[in-house]
Design a protein around this ligand. Structure first.
Ligand code: CFM
Ligand code: HCA
Length: 533
């Protein structure tokens, strides 16, 4: 690994090499701690990063999966077009017919709007959306030029909300350039969802063992599979943030009794805010991997502590596991010992290692596009993180206990007893302690390094996104998109694990890669040169 790191850095000018050296880490076991990595910092200009922008994190990731909010993008049409259904966040259309996800709403800013201002145009677009759909809510998203010319989207939103009376209108200052990555967009989105929607509906909700699932986006139907399992266990999922969600789910989410945090990168601060304001504790869960799914269900059951639920969860695990084991046994002889590389946004590069482990595969290199140090090293590093100018740019909202609705779900003694029994609250591990010694962990990987890594380490499969897909395949290595899942999924839960084993088995054992070179390239029968003149 030392040689590989040196090889990756060799081509860079000294200043670039110095910075990248702190973002490329050879994993080692340190006593009582994990090694330190540089993360959540600006990308080196021109390096061809895998990252996206703040608008992508806000509009695409967090708000995109909510079906009954009209998501109106204030900006040039390209920003909308490239965010149109590419993320494969699925939704249950519902019986109310309020499903706006297949539309793309944009103010389609033109040169004249940039010169003279786009507020009037935005107002007209909000009015048009309202007249056409009468939605519960309209969300407005600012793109780069809107921030540059200073359109006041929040004032326009407030004005329209007052005018309508029966439609919540709010806006997001999520200009693409605002942070160093999508992560800033998550934060901007979550703050506004918390401020404008969460806790606005006090109508009592039905159901036993009420939880919220935070940081699950129903890509390829993952959320459907998780909900199927919850239902079977008798667990009520009040709101998923934000896969397959509706406006009312967010509005009533303060009534749940436990928050289960899946992708902590995109949302952990919301769990904290819900605890401070309403008294709901939170635990980390992970439904990627059959074992991880079983473990997460047991955590939820232990929290509620009801024997009936505990038994039900055990029964569900017992019912679901045989099919998982059968699929696992089928693929293991062909997948054991194979190697993977995973470079995805902020949590899957960690979560998916579980699934690969279940197939006897080792992750030899992994990293995040935009995660922070706690995602690599564990939540305990949070107090050590330096607040730089870029993170200060993103608002932290002050939350206080709600005057009438703050209700601690457990007494301090009960929480202590649960912790002593092994249930950890407000805690998660990073990816480093879960990876073997000597593996390479790389933050904000770029095109050059991706190709170099593949060339030097020759993994059996490379997992990343659409920008990497074809350049990796051209190197003769199977490539699996772990953002969109290509056309597959779900991969979460028990049924998802079976899907994943089978698909990866086919990918790593396909013979198609041996046909990368045409026969005449490998074995030329005629050789000659073209002569002109
Ligand atoms: Fe969380 Fe996600 Fe991810 Fe993410 Fe994303 Fe995504 Fe991702 Mo693409 S919320 S951090 S911003 S798990 S969209 S569903 S796949 S980069 S690893
Ligand atoms: C985003 C969304 C993305 C992109 C995926 C990809 C997703 O960050 O804008 O690069 O293939 O999951 O759709 O992460």
């Amino acid at each position: 690994p030392t040689d590989i790191k040196a090889e990756l850095l060799k081509k860079y000018p000294p200043k670039v090499a110095r910075k990248r050296a702190r973002q490329i880490l050879i994993n080692e076991a340190l006593e009582n701690d994990t090694p330190e990595i540089l993360a959540n910092v600006r990308t080196i200009p021109g390096i061809i990063t895998m990252r996206g922008c703040t608008y992508a994190g806000c509009k695409g990731v967090i708000l995109g999966p909510t079906r009954d909010i009209v998501n109106l993008v204030h900006g040039p049409i390209g920003c909308s077009f490239y965010a149109w259904l590419t993320r494969r966040n699925q939704t249950d259309a519902g019986e109310d017919g309020e499903q706006y996800m297949n539309y793309t709403f944009s103010t389609d800013m033109q040169d004249s709007d940039i010169i003279f201002g786009g507020e009037k145009k935005l107002e007209m677009a909000i009015q048009e959306a309202y007249d056409t759909f009468h939605p519960k809510a309209i969300a407005v998203f600012a793109t780069c030029p809107v921030g540059l010319i200073g359109d006041d989207i929040h004032t326009v939103a407030r004005k329209m909300k007052e005018k309508f009376g029966d439609c919540n209108v709010f806006a997001f200052s999520c200009e693409g350039y605002k942070g160093v990555s999508q992560s800033a967009g998550h934060h901007i989105a979550n703050n506004q969802v918390f401020r404008h929607i969460v806790g606005t509906n006090d109508e009592p909700q039905e159901g036993e063992y009420r939880i919220n699932l935070l940081g699950e986006y129903n890509i390829g139907g993952d959320g459907f599979e998780i909900d199927r399992i919850f239902k079977k266990c008798g667990i009520t999922n009040v709101a998923t943030f934000s896969g397959n969600s509706t406006y009312d789910q967010f509005a009533t989410s303060h009534q749940a009794d436990l928050n289960c945090v899946m992708c902590h990168r995109s949302i952990n601060y919301v769990a904290d805010m819900l605890e401070t304001k309403f008294g709901i504790p939170w635990v980390k869960v992970n439904f990627i991997g059959a074992e991880a799914t079983a473990k997460s269900l047991r955590k939820i059951a232990a929290y509620f502590g009801d024997q009936e639920l505990i038994d039900r969860v055990e029964k569900v695990i017992e019912e679901e596991m045989p099919a998982v084991k059968a699929a696992q046994e089928d693929v293991l002889p062909r997948t054991s010992g194979k190697t993977a590389m995973i470079f995805v946004g902020g949590s899957r590069a960690h979560h998916y290692q579980e699934l690969f482990k279940e197939m006897g595969m080792k992750t030899i290199s992994a990293g995040y596009e935009f995660a922070h140090r706690d995602d690599y090293e564990g939540r305990h590093v949070l107090p050590k993180l330096k607040v730089d100018a870029d993170s200060r740019n993103i608002e932290e909202i002050e939350v206080e206990p709600d005057e009438t609705r703050y209700r601690p779900r457990k007494t301090p003694e009960e929480l202590k007893a649960l912790e002593e029994a092994g249930l950890k609250f407000k805690s998660y591990e990073g990816l480093l302690p879960d990876m073997e010694e000597g593996t390479l962990v790389i933050d904000d990987l770029n095109q050059y390094e991706a190709e170099k890594l593949v060339e030097l380490m020759k993994p059996d499969i490379f997992c990343a996104g659409i920008k990497e897909k074809f350049s990796i395949q051209k190197l003769g290595i199977p490539m699996k998109q772990l953002h969109s899942y290509d056309s597959g999924g779900p991969y979460a839960g028990f049924k998802g694990a079976i899907n994943f084993y089978n698909e990866i088995d086919r990918l790593v054992n396909s013979r198609v890669w041996s046909y990368m070179k045409a026969p005449w390239q490998e074995n030329p029968q005629l050789s000659g040169a073209y002569v002109w003149e």
